[in-house]
Design a protein around this ligand. Sequence first.
Ligand SMILES: Cc1cc2nc3c(=O)[nH]c(=O)nc-3n(C[C@H](O)[C@H](O)[C@H](O)COP(=O)(O)OP(=O)(O)OC[C@H]3O[C@@H](n4cnc5c(N)ncnc54)[C@H](O)[C@@H]3O)c2cc1C
Length: 478
Amino acid sequence: MAKIVVIGAGFAGHTAALYLGNKLGKDHSVTVINKFDSFAYIPSWIWVGVGHMKPEKTTFKLKPVYDRMNIKFVLGSAAEVHPDQGDQFVVVNTDDGTTVRVEYDYLLVATGPKLNFDGTPGLGPEKGFTSSVCSLPHVIQTRDRYLEMVERMKKGERVKMVMGTGHPGATCQGAAFEYIVNVHKDLVKKGLRDKAELLWLSNERAVGDFGVRGISVQQRGKTLSSEDFISAVFKDHGIKWQVQTGVTRVDEKKIYWENYAGERGETGYDFAMLIPQFLGQPMKYVGKDGQDVSEKVVNKAGFVLVDGIYGLSYDVLERNPDAWPSQYQNPNYPNIFAAGIAFAPPGPISRPFTNPNRLAISAAPPRTGMVSGIIGRIVALNIVDLVKRGRMTHAERMSEMVAACIASMGDSLRDGNAAVMVIYPVVPDMKRFPNEEGRDMFVSHMEMGVSGAWMKRMLHETFIWKLRALPGWKIIPE
Ligand SMILES: Cc1cc2nc3c(=O)[nH]c(=O)nc-3n(C[C@H](O)[C@H](O)[C@H](O)COP(=O)(O)OP(=O)(O)OC[C@H]3O[C@@H](n4cnc5c(N)ncnc54)[C@H](O)[C@@H]3O)c2cc1C
């Protein structure tokens, strides 16, 4: 009987667990270790953050799903992995204060990001002054702070709200974009939009870059870029923007930054929602004799090394789409895999930039929910292959993957809006698509309208259905 352990029940780990439970759960042992007892459908937190959705509508309990799918569940935080042959196990600190040891033959690390607020002094809701939409407690606090702003505006006060990235190397610009446009829409509905100055502050090279080097599509014989598209949205909504900017520090009243030109400046704010740097979740990797073997498993930022080619310069990587991993398997411990944000990408997708003060201001590559789910499925099916046939048959690089992003711009099904962006491949492939973009200009697509708001709502319902493993879950794609 094979023992498979998944650490993390987010988009990557939970998707993998469902496939593993479905295909191996009856005859083998599948265990999920997660810090929380619920799955969180993160994309809908944007609506929680403006008070349009109750937090509990975005979560469901994991245990009942796992019971049906022949998956064991350990509620706790994985602290150590002991990966040496013959004695492979994970040490988990459980919620009731005990420590348990979970043995594995195959391990999937799908722990998502550590939100590194400490990377920017003064950032974050816990030790700093800014808000965040990156965890459920954070987004609830953000909603409350936002509603306090609304009350101030109702009394006639004008406020300045800044949203974007809070670290020169942050990613996840898409979530911050959704938040700023939902704030705009909510203020319009409340009749308060003229009381707020909204500023998009980001480390992107250009608006609409989103850490994937932007996208361009063909529309009615013309090329439309995401920079044109998003800047038109910002102009229409009266949202100001400042890109090519890395936030370096925040205090109670001001956000301090540096830009591409090396200029240093500060921006006052009443409310700021800034995405922190993402690092890998800290775990100890301990060898047979107690030595630290982390270097064999994770890079300096804590992301799990897999079958990508690391250390290439951007110019070389840009011409080598095959440097991106395809099976997400650790080269030193072939029974360890990683999926979602936990795996180490070989480099950025957007062109990196270092300013004259040697500050790197570069959007890190996103691994969105869809990409994380697809990778979770690939890894799960390969583990099934290894258990049943002894060899892997599944592979998909981010340079071969299609991703759809539906960015909410107001949740109402009557007059809401969403920007629908389809991007193929996620990582440009200059060899297959020898245009400036390295992408298939006919599959890549960008559009906005109220139908997007319907789609976004449908995705909420459909994905929660899928992730609860309700009838037909397998035919709903990741
Ligand atoms: C507000 C917001 C909106 C977004 N909207 C979209 C969208 O519309 N579309 C889209 O595709 N993507 C969206 N994203 C991005 C998407 O949420 C992430 O890409 C996705 O969650 C990454 O999945 P993951 O499984 O890698 O990590 P996560 O979802 O973060 O899951 C990791 C899990 O591991 C657990 N964990 C961590 N460490 C440990 C440990 N040591 N032991 C046990 N458990 C541990 C965590 O508690 C968590 O449950 C959005 C993100 C945000 C913040």
